[in-house]
Structure formats: C-alpha cells, structure tokens
Design a binder for this molecule. Structure first.
Ligand code: AHG
Ligand code: MN
Ligand code: MN
Length: 334
C-alpha cells in the first residue's frame, strides 16, 4: 500500500526546512499537480470522446502536427498558472513566443517551461504519454518576465519533473533534494508518495533508441548500438532493446530499471529531435539527482547555453556508466 503522504504533505514537510520560504514555490508545484489531474482525466477518456482524439489540422513551431490533446494540455497548464501571482513568464513547446502573464494579474519570481504533452503521436493508440516541466528563478530586470528568463542553462533549474499518463498516472519531481514519485489515486483524487528517493542503477541492461534512423547515424553511434547488442557476460550484454517513442515513458522505465536512451544527432538532423528547454534539461536535472547522467554526446546537457527557446539537442540520458560509454563511442574514443 502506498504511504498516505500526499504531494501537499510532502511539499509542506520539505518547506518547513526553509523557514524563510514564502510558500509560493510549494504552491507552484501544487498548481502543476492540479493541472496534471485535469490533463490525466482527459487522457484517460480520450478514446471515448471523439472531439479529443486526432489532429487539429495545424502544425506547431517545430513543423509537427498538433493533436487536439496537445492543444488542450497546453491551455490547461497555462490557465492553471497564469493568475496565481507566482510566475513572471512561461514558455511551451507548442507556442512560438514566450507566454506572458496577462496584465490584469500580478507577476511572481518563478519561470515555467513545459512540454504539455510528450509522445503525442502515441495518443490515438492508447500508449503512455506525459507532460514535462521545468522551473527557474526570474533573472530579468523588469517586473513581467522576458525571453532571457526562459533562456537559462539547465544548471539553473530549481525544480523539474514529469507526469506520466500510463497504466496509472504518476508525477515524478525533484526540487534539488531527491527524486520522488507520486502515484495518482483516482478514488481520493490525490497523488500519493509511492517512489521515495529514486536512484537509477549505475549500469543498466536496456537501450532505447529509434533504430529506424540508423542509416543517418554517425559511425560512432552505429558502433555503440552494435556494441550493446554483442554477447559479453562480463558487461551483461546483449542489452534488451525497448523503445516506446514517448520520451517520458522511455525515460521513466530506464530511471527505474537502469538503461540508456539515445536520440542522437545524425546527418539529416545534426541537433537531433528533442528540445533542450522542454525535454532534455528537465530530464537531465532529474537523472543527475537520481545518480545518472545526460549528455549531447560531447558535453553535459545542463551546461549548454540556449540561444533559442525551441532549440533542439542530441540526447544521451540514463545510467551513469552507460552514458559515459556511449559518449566514448560517439567521440570516436572506442
Ligand atoms: P512530442 O510529442 O512532445 O512532440 O515529443 C515527441 C518526441 C519524444 O516523446 C519521443 O521520444 C520522440 O519524439 C520520438 O521520436 P521518433 O518518432 O522520431 O522516434
Ligand atoms: Mn515531447
Ligand atoms: Mn509535446
């Protein structure tokens, strides 16, 4: 049985360790949990309501088809957060420009970046999808927040997390002191602490990548994937291949079981596919706090200085030893 620790109780207990805390940050996490419940409710019944499945007919700033649930989740998060006085600006994968707080509301000291629905190509097939978020302090001078607040290095994150809408809905987050997972209990309408202080195994036995892209990969990436498939009892090879195609779901499984996820740059897309600010950085923050690593193949993800809120990055993320080994292959050292 899950311990009867709600997200609120957990957050309040942590907050007591900081007597000067205003409660704004705790409330912000609670607002995210609320948005997650609303999105989770719609995701769970998506197959029943025709208006909720399928495409909107438009494409987003990344040139990808926007699904109805992408749009819905995007709006729910914005509307759950725009009036609270806790945020000064937001940015979402689905919107070209940063999202300002309406003039009629006060601004706060925090910045929220989010991927409202991750893995959305899987929605119509009832496969796990997610929401990813990242929180920073405001750094700009003005009162209302600006682009520069959304262009901070991942290293400056003060919290990050994701919600996975799977066989159950889970919220996993980190505020810098451990990575904690809460499972949603729909009978009481609360997220309850189910995975305290998650640690990723130092080495895994799973590799996750879209091998359909291998013809475009660099020699280093090809060699690494060949390597994990070779037989070698000492290093537990061959690894198992597991690829869902929803980053949140692939990441979540590897976080719990150990393993490595790769979306490398290739000769068609040198920067890969995933977005630095909405996908790579928040998951990098989580994996490092769980004892793992995240790299673009050459450098730590959270050290990359973003130039644009929608910039893409190659991503190698997961168990520490596996990420280091993949880097060696990508850099031609192995
Ligand atoms: P999103 O649905 O937010 O656009 O993200 C999709 C991403 C990620 O979830 C997943 O790992 C990756 O795209 C899958 O890409 P491929 O279909 O190219 O494998
Ligand atoms: Mn995504
Ligand atoms: Mn998305």
């Amino acid at each position: 049985m899950a311990k009867l620790v709600t997200i609120e109780r957990h957050i309040m207990a942590k907050q007591k360790q900081f007597p000067s805390a205003t409660g704004d940050f705790s409330a912000l996490l609670y607002d995210i949990a609320f948005a997650a419940k609303v999105i989770g409710r719609e995701v769970n019944k998506a197959g029943l309501i025709e208006d909720m499945i399928g495409k909107t007919g438009s494409t987003n700033v990344h040139g990808e088809e926007v699904k109805k649930l992408d749009e819905f989740a995007d709006l729910i998060i914005y509307k759950s957060m725009d009036h609270t006085g806790r945020l000064c600006v937001m940015a979402s994968e689905e919107n070209e420009d940063v999202l300002h707080i309406p003039e009629k509301y006060e601004c706060g000291h925090y910045v929220l970046l989010y991927d409202p629905l991750d893995g959305s190509s899987n929605i119509d097939a009832n496969v796990s999808i997610g929401t990813i978020f990242s929180i920073y302090h405001k750094t700009s001078e003005g009162e209302r927040g600006a682009l520069e607040d959304c262009l901070q290095n991942g290293d400056k994150q003060i919290a990050a997390g994701y919600i996975i809408y799977g066989s159950s809905t889970m919220l996993v987050f980190c505020t810098g002191r451990g990575v904690h997972g809460f499972t949603y209990d729909p009978t009481v309408g609360e997220f309850l602490l189910s995975h305290e202080n998650i640690k990723i195994p130092k080495r895994g036995k799973i590799y996750s990548t879209n091998e359909g892209n291998s013809a475009h990969w660099s020699e280093g990436t090809k060699k690494y994937i060949e390597y994990v498939k070779q037989i070698d009892a000492a290093t537990n090879r061959p690894y198992s291949g597991r690829y869902i195609g929803s980053l949140v779901a692939d990441f979540h499984r590897n976080l719990l079981y150990g393993g490595v996820y790769l979306y490398p740059g290739d000769n068609k897309s040198p920067n890969g596919k995933l977005r630095l600010q909405y996908e790579a950085n928040p998951l990098a923050f989580l994996v490092e706090h769980a004892g793992g690593a995240a790299s673009d193949g050459y450098q730590r993800i959270m050290d990359i200085k973003p130039d644009s809120i929608h910039q893409r990055t190659p991503l190698v993320i997961g168990s520490l030893d596996d990420v280091k080994e993949a880097e060696d292959f990508i850099q031609g050292k192995k």
